[in-house]
Design a protein around this ligand. Sequence first.
Ligand code: FAD
Length: 713
Amino acid sequence: MPLEVKPRFVVLYGSQKGQAQSIAEGIAEEAEEHGLVADLCCLNQDDKYNLEKECAPVVFVVSTTGDGEPPDNALQFVKRIKKRTLSPDHYEHLLYALLALGDTNYANFCNCGKTIERRLRELGARQFYPTGYADDGVGLELVIDPWLKGLWNSIKDALTKMASDRNVQLKEDSAKEIPESSLPDVQLNLLSIADKQICEPDSKYSPSLAISDVRPPPASTVYTSAPNTQACSEGIPQVSLAASLTSSVPPLSESSLNVPALPPAYLDVTLQEADTAEQAAERLSKEARYEVPISKAVQLSKGDSVKTALLLELDISAFPSMTYHPGDSFDVFCPNVAEEVDHLLHRLGLQDQKNHRVQISLKDNTKKKGAQVPPHIPENVSLLFLLTWCLEIRSVPKKAFLRALVEHTSDSAQRRRLQELCSKQGAADYNLYVRDASLGVSELLAAFPSCSPPLSLLIEFLPKLQPRPYSAACSLLRHPEKLRFVFNVVEFPACSWRPAGRRGLCTGWLFDLVSPGLVFPEKAELALPKIHVSLRPNCSFRPPSDPSLPFVMIGPGTGVAPFIGFLQQREEERKENPEAKFGETWLFFGCRYRDKDYLFREELENFVSSGTLNHLKVCFSREDRKDEEEPPSAAQPRYVQHNLLLCCRQVTDILLRRNGYIYVCGDAKNMAKDVNETLMEMIKTELQVDQLEAMKTLAGLREQKRYLQDIWA
Ligand code: FAD
């Protein structure tokens, strides 16, 4: 009798914010529909998988974080496979596919995925399906959806190939020692998979909900927004519709839908009355490491500057081990907004139980692959703490979450709309009304009043509330026992679905924390509240280790932060070693108005006077422009790259002939890209080379870690 063993493959993920993890989980869950079984592991669970001995296909799903770094839970793996002692045939037996997640707004797009792939190849592994590079800058789904669609047949082909290779091997061996009749039937089973499954319908979407199950309801029940009525040619009133979050228009409203399979529930959550009060600070300290008082809060921007820029100073004297270097950044742990938490508690009907302790356990017999109690939720926390400090309640619900919400929605029109939003046919509506609108779960529940999800669903689907990183804006040599940072208070304007507008989570919270004691530069220090932070050393974004080398810094707006640290450090070093040779320093700074948001103006000018900063190039994007329509040019510097172009000869000389460094810090979306393009043009002009050669030269500078970026969205 043939052995009934489903062919297996392995899914490994490295994920910083949960995105790659949820895709990997989705693959593992869907495996069964394809007659396969998946072993799902996080890359850091190296006791649970063994690539050295793996004989099944391996699918990697990995994101990239920071300046092209691996996510925390993939760091050790990347380190391991980078070891130069590994032989070129180390992974010769391995067949792999890889999905890399990244964001083209940042340098080193998909760098972690690319690094893993490069090493796998160098170590002999063979790819069985082309790598997908998904770009969060334009929408991950554009690549992920078709990639996942094509994955299944490729896995089956890979399994078939591996099985046939093994059969050949076995036959060769058996010719020597084993009679052919004793080969296990499972091998034959594997050989037939590809044929069996090749004509499947679109496999990403659950057959149980495909086509016939999700039919459009009558038009009258679908639309919850007020439609306009017009007479059609037969004189029957016809609905002329405007689509919105809660309503759709033809053809979507009339289309049959392919919706994703229902993700299996995996958590049991109970609430228990508590007899002791919770110490939130103690809980936070465990993760955050340092609870430090704010010793100073200064508003750097003035008047009606569009953005409010603040400098905060932390007193770190209680933690002598908390040392950092200019160029390092650190994480600030911030809570969700109290009113938003309160609103969610009300909406879940749990307001009266907010101080109850949350007990979370895995459901018995859950079908979810790799199910685990989310590690970012400490044991025995109160419901209030959970919603305030652990879950990113503003995060945009993924399609799998919408799919799960359908099961908890009683109104049929609302169910239909949620199905549309997570369906293949409704992808454009999802992008427009959910993703691009940055819709949070509270707003979604407000729009779909008959949806009443259990708390467990939110815990299953909402990602970890991430701490926000900030660059150190000072040097310990100048400010011992202090850590300063600078930020703009992020403002999201009001829009039709969010009439009040809102602030960025962390910057809004910090602003509220310090605004009662906010001072302008000339005022004294005040006692302000404490916040939780932890350090994130950045070993490459540092001033040159050889101080005699010249360097160029480009940091408009708050991007100037680390360079204040660089320059303070340099100034102190110059005082300590007046005889030493120090390389030339350049800073390109830009802001809107000289009198409103020229951050650190006085300090920068002092650096120039003292000779610490040799060249300060500043431009103001909204000043002195008689004709706003006129395109910006190098002759009329408006942005940092225009000034850079004006100093083409000197800057390229530093980079190409004097072994110098260039650092870029700040906005990833526009500035870093524009600067990169400008550098390319400068190299083309200076070296008289074409685009390709200029790109290679820049890539070379990056590789030598002489072109460094610290950029953020
Ligand atoms: P969030 O609430 O996280 O919102 C910001 C992002 O969320 C937006 O960019 C947008 O993509 C999205 N978003 C949320 N809601 C909406 C909406 N309604 N409409 C549109 N989009 C929305 N920042 C500094 O100011 N100074 C620094 O020195 C600094 N250093 C950094 C160093 C590193 C290594 C990194 C990675 C980032 C750094 N940042 C810095 C950025 C900083 O970490 C935060 O991202 C930033 O301050 C915004 O945080 P927030 O919580 O206020 O905003």
